[in-house]
Design a protein around this ligand. Structure first.
Ligand code: A3P
Length: 355
C-alpha cells in the first residue's frame, strides 16, 4: 500500500500519549464572571449559562475560558466539531479509523476495545479537569473535539488554518437524542424532563450549546468561505451513503484511499467497524465508562441511531413548528436540511444506522 501523506501518520492511542493525572497548572479563575452569566436550570442536573451568545454547560465553562486563552493549536491538528447529539461519536470513530488504518489491522483495531471518545478527546472537559497537559503530550497529528460554535473557538485554530470537520443533524432528532441523554443523567429520585418542556427550551435556543441554528450556520458559512479547510457534513447524508462520505473524509484529511485499498474493501471495512450496530455491540460500549467519575456509561452514546425517531415523540404540529423555525433561521443561507433523505426516512419509517 502506498505511503500516506503526513496527516495520516497514525498517532498512538490517546491513553498512551499523555500522562494521566491533574495538570500541575491551576486553571485560570473565571468563577466571578461565570456567576454573573444568565442561568438555565431546566436541563438539570445540567446547569447551562449564556456565554457569548450560546448556552454552555456550567461545569465546563471555566475550562472553556481557559482553553480559549491558552490552547496551543498545531497547523496539522484536525478538529471534529458538532452540536451535541448530532453524530459526534460516529464521526470520531470514522476519522480515527481513517487516520490509523495503516497502523492497525481493522479486525484488531483499538476501536474494538476502547470508546471513540478516548481517542478524540473533548477539549473543554480536558481543560475543565485541569488536564490540558494531556493534549499537549499527544503526538501529531492530533484529532480533537469541541462542541463550541465557530465564533467561540480558540483564535489559534483559525489563524493557523487547521482543518475542521463539522457534522449537523435534523434538529428534531437532535432534540429527541438530547432529551433521552439528559434524562439518563438524572438521578433516580428526579422526575424525567417532560418532552414538552424540553421542546419548549430547545425552540427558545435554551439548550446545551444552543441555539442550534446559529451553531450550525456559523460552520456552514465558514465552510462556504473556506471549503478546503472546513468540511460540512450532514448526519442523514452519512446514513444515506457511507462510502461516499468516508472517501470524502479521507480526501479532506489528506489521506485518500488508494485504488488498491478500494479494491481490497478497506472503505467498507471502516464503515463496518464504525457502524452503529458494531459499536453498540462491543463490550466496552455496553458496560464501560469514559472515567470513573462520569455519571453515564458508554452505552448512552449509542441509543437508537438513525433518522426519524422524532416521529415517536412529537405531534405533527410540534414537528411543523420546529421545521418552520429551522427554515426561517436558514433562509438565504443556501443551507437546507436534506429534505429528500429526511422525507425518505419519514415515509419508510425510521432509517436505521447499520453497516
Ligand atoms: P440517537 O440518540 O438518536 O440514537 P453524539 O455522538 O453527537 O452525542 O450523537 C449521539 C447520536 O448519534 C445518538 O443518536 C447515537 O445513537 C448516534 N450514534 C452513535 N454512534 C453512531 C454510529 N456509529 N452510527 C450512527 N449513529 C450513531
Amino acid at each position: 500500500m502506498a505511503a500516506l501523506p503526513s496527516l495520516c501518520n497514525s498517532p498512538p492511542p490517546m491513553e498512551s500519549q499523555g500522562k494521566k493525572g491533574a495538570d500541575p497548572r491551576p486553571p485560570s479563575n473565571f468563577t466571578d464572571l461565570i456567576s454573573t452569566l444568565p442561568l438555565e436550570e431546566g436541563w438539570a442536573p445540567l446547569r447551562i449559562r449564556k456565554y457569548q451568545g450560546f448556552w454552555i454547560p456550567e461545569r465546563v465553562l471555566q475550562g472553556i475560558m481557559d482553553m480559549q486563552q491558552n490552547f496551543k493549536a498545531r497547523p496539522d491538528d484536525l478538529f471534529v466539531l458538532s452540536y451535541p447529539k448530532s453524530g459526534t461519536t460516529w464521526l470520531k470513530a470514522l476519522t480515527y479509523a481513517i487516520m490509523t488504518r495503516t497502523q492497525y489491522p481493522l479486525d484488531h483495531h483499538p476501536l474494538l476495545r476502547q470508546n471513540p471518545h478516548e481517542f478524540v478527546p473533548i477539549m473543554g472537559i480536558t481543560y475543565a479537569k485541569g488536564e490540558a497537559s494531556e493534549l499537549e503530550a499527544m503526538s501529531s497529528p492530533r484529532i480533537l473535539n469541541t462542541h463550541l460554535p465557530y465564533s467561540l473557538l480558540p483564535h489559534a485554530i483559525k489563524s493557523l488554518g487547521c482543518k475542521l470537520i463539522y457534522v449537523c443533524r435534523d434538529p428534531k432528532d437532535v432534540l429527541v437524542s438530547r432529551f433521552h441523554y439528559n434524562n439518563r443523567m438524572r438521578p433516580q429520585a428526579m422526575e424525567p424532563i417532560p418532552f414538552t418542556k424540553a421542546f419548549e427550551m430547545f425552540c427558545e435556543g435554551n439548550c446545551p450549546y444552543g441555539p442550534i441554528w446559529e451553531h450550525v450556520l456559523e460552520y456552514w458559512e465558514e465552510s462556504q468561505r473556506r471549503p478546503e479547510k472546513v468540511l460540512f457534513l450532514k448526519y442523514e447524508e452519512m446514513l444515506g451513503d457511507p462510502p461516499r462520505i468516508v472517501k470524502r473524509l479521507a480526501e479532506f484529511m489528506g489521506c485518500p484511499f488508494s485504488p488498491e485499498e478500494e479494491k481490497e474493501g478497506v472503505v467498507e471495512e471502516i464503515i463496518k467497524l464504525c457502524s452503529f450496530d458494531k459499536m453498540k455491540s462491543l463490550e466496552v460500549n455496553k458496560t464501560g465508562k469514559l472515567r470513573p467519575d462520569f455519571v453515564l456509561t458508554n452505552d448512552s452514546f449509542f441509543r437508537k441511531g438513525g433518522a426519524g425517531d422524532w416521529r415517536n415523540h412529537m405531534s405533527p404540529e410540534m414537528a411543523r413548528k420546529l421545521d418552520r423555525i429551522t427554515e426561517q433561521k436558514f433562509e438565504g443561507s443556501g443551507l437546507t436540511l436534506d429534505a429528500v433523505d429526511v422525507e425518505a426516512a419519514a415515509t419508510n419509517g425510521d432509517v436505521q444506522a447499520q453497516a
